[in-house]
Design a protein around this ligand. Sequence first.
Ligand SMILES: [Zn+2]
Length: 451
Amino acid sequence: MYDLVLKNGTLVMPDDVFVGDLAIRGEKIAAVGQGLDAGEARALDVAGKIVLPGAVDPHVHMALPVGGTLSCDDFLAGTKAAASGGVTTIIDFTVGSRESTMPDDLENRLKDAKDSVVDYAFHAEMVGWTPRRLNEMREVAERGVRSFKFFTAYSSSGRRTENGPLLESMRVLAELDALAVVHAEDESIIQATLDQMTDEEKSRMRALALSRPDVCEASAVGSVARLARHAGARVHIMHLSSRLGLEELLNARRDETRITAETCPQYLLLTDDVYERQDARFFSASPALRTAADQEALWGALLENNLSFLSTDHCPFTREQKAWRGRFDRLPYGLPGVELMLPLAYSEGVMKGRFSLSDLAELTSAAAARLYGLYPRKGSLMPGADADVAVVDPEAEWTVKASELRSNCDFSPYEGMPLRGKVVATLSRGEIVCREGRFTGRAGRGRFLAR
Ligand SMILES: [Zn+2]
């Protein structure tokens, strides 16, 4: 009556962790419990292993066009990397432009993603605002894209949405009960800081952090929150990086703004010290990496549920793509991450005693699935859910080496970092797509998740 039974694993359920079996029929979880009879089904002994809901990385950029190049993982390479790290759902973005319509952007991105190995959804990117976009948003929402990405920076590429259009857009989102997801950095603060910098200063990587200070994040969070409250819309802040930004988030929430935020492993585990290193250019990212005090505030917020979940902002560029061109702002911004989200969260979160296994499942899977309308199909091991599962060996000790990761990226921001806990099997809708480091899935098996 089952097709596959995972036997004797430590099952991480929403409010319970117990040793038992997880049975799969077709693409779905059919039962969890003790001593389930595998019968004719294939049985996989996972004694001593932790069985988690497959991770959801709700913020990745595969094959993203940036300044004449593309982020180096296409959807096939990127979702293979995801699968080997226990990620069974990704949410990427459409690629907007001034010339195209948002429904066309979605059509094109669906083609880009057709080789995906795991399931995927999209946020629709708002670029080149005109009043016509309001109807385009309604159309795209009809087609299952329920979150819309806005930038408060990057006006040179048409990505910035000014406050007026943002408010109009949020009114439509409120009507649709859809979500605004925002890259929150105040561009005029960045510009004013850059205007005062000498060429000498711009020739050093440290200038990246100096030109995008924490106050630029805080200013944008406060402003976006005010607009959302006024429009009655829900808003989610992507890659929150600073203590100051966090304060604005909490202030807004006290005023009953419906605002949430995520942070990423790089903001929890790395600091702006990297900008003094020989290889500083590899760490070009926005927001920039911050201080140890910011890290501490972010960990605290994660543990107190003030930050809802982790994402990686996976946007990898190779060492060659990050070749130094004399100034920090000529580099493509972005770091690889999707493959390490779950191992880093397990090792640094659970093994270091910061949070429990249930918290791990919440922060890497359930909470993002809920916010983005994928729960309980994704994000849980409850019967009826898609059989998306990550099996972790808690005893495995290993060291991060980019050369051993599956991403096309040829460096890792975490190179040399010792980790405890390794993903030893990943199942996507009942199919084993990765086992003991071997990829066993197939291109194109991933499905678009209309929400
Ligand atoms: Zn991003």
